[in-house]
Ligand binder design. Structure first.
Ligand SMILES: [Mg+2]
Length: 265
């Protein structure tokens, strides 16, 4: 695929930029090349355990300077969606991380444990039976059920760990209700990327290590897509899908090399 028409990257992070604490490749060099190519890096993750500011700080420690506005987390997607489907007065119950609560509270929403309009479920490393019970009660009372993502597992520096899909499944099992998904493969986050950059989906290359979230989301949004082999999926694991990504690359470094090469042609 020719990358000359690409004006922005929509980068997944876990499995693309790092495995847990370990960066994948020389990130400062990779981002230098992206800058040299004149391409805007945006970050889109289904991971809801960090705020955009947390990601800025984390990337700074790895030698990459970015602005929090370049980061689109499920919390950013949720705030956007809840404003559209409800209003700033929506009462939200969160069964999820501190970062998710912090972001939605700072966005102006009220977080509640009763009489909720919305129950939002995501990865909660302090999951308890009681939290599942509260979410169940509120949904049974009429709150609408949203989930940041259905990722069943995540890769960390210690190998595979349970993902947010585990908490979502617990609530789904006891309520019989399927959630509305905010994260990839839903296109909400990609649409925000288009709005932020004023670009058409076809001018954005969605880069990720998972077919069922990153690539499928990119395809649905009308973006160009690149699967990197530095994380979850492999050529074999995606072979059965009829719609293939535009490119399959070893890692992000390979893509940035091609970005630069296609621009100097
Ligand atoms: Mg990933």
């Amino acid at each position: 695929m020719d990358l000359q028409s690409i004006k922005a990257l929509f980068l997944d992070m876990d499995g693309v930029l790092w495995h847990g604490k370990d960066p994948i490749g020389n990130l400062p060099l990779i981002f230098n090349k992206i800058q040299k190519a004149g391409v805007i890096p945006l970050f889109g993750t289904n991971n809801s355990t960090r705020t955009p500011e947390d990601y800025r700080d984390h990337l700074a420690k790895l030698g990459v300077e970015i602005e929090p506005e370049q980061v689109i987390t499920p919390a950013v997607g949720a705030a956007n969606l809840f404003m559209k489907d409800f209003s700033i007065n929506a009462r939200i119950h969160i069964f999820g991380s501190r970062a998710l609560k912090e972001y939605l509270q700072n966005a102006g929403f009220s977080l509640v444990d009763e009489k909720a309009d919305i129950v939002l479920v995501s990865l909660d490393k302090e999951m308890t039976y009681q939290k599942v019970a509260v979410a169940m009660k509120l949904i049974n009372e009429g709150a609408r059920f949203y989930a940041t993502n259905l990722d069943n597992v995540l890769i960390s520096e210690n190998g595979w760990i349970p993902g947010g899909g585990v908490m979502v499944n617990a609530v789904q099992t006891c309520t019989g209700v399927s959630p509305i998904i905010i994260g990839k493969p839903n296109t909400i986050m990609m649409k925000i990327a288009c709005q932020k950059t004023d670009l058409k989906p076809a001018e954005i290359l969605a880069v990720g290590d998972r077919y069922d979230t990153d690539i499928l989301g990119g395809l649905r949004a009308g973006c160009r897509t690149a699967l990197v082999l530095s994380g979850v999926d492999s050529i074999e694991s995606i072979a059965a899908y009829s719609e293939q990504p535009d490119m399959i690359c070893q890692d992000l470094n390979t893509i940035t090399d091609q970005l630069l090469a296609d621009r100097s042609r």
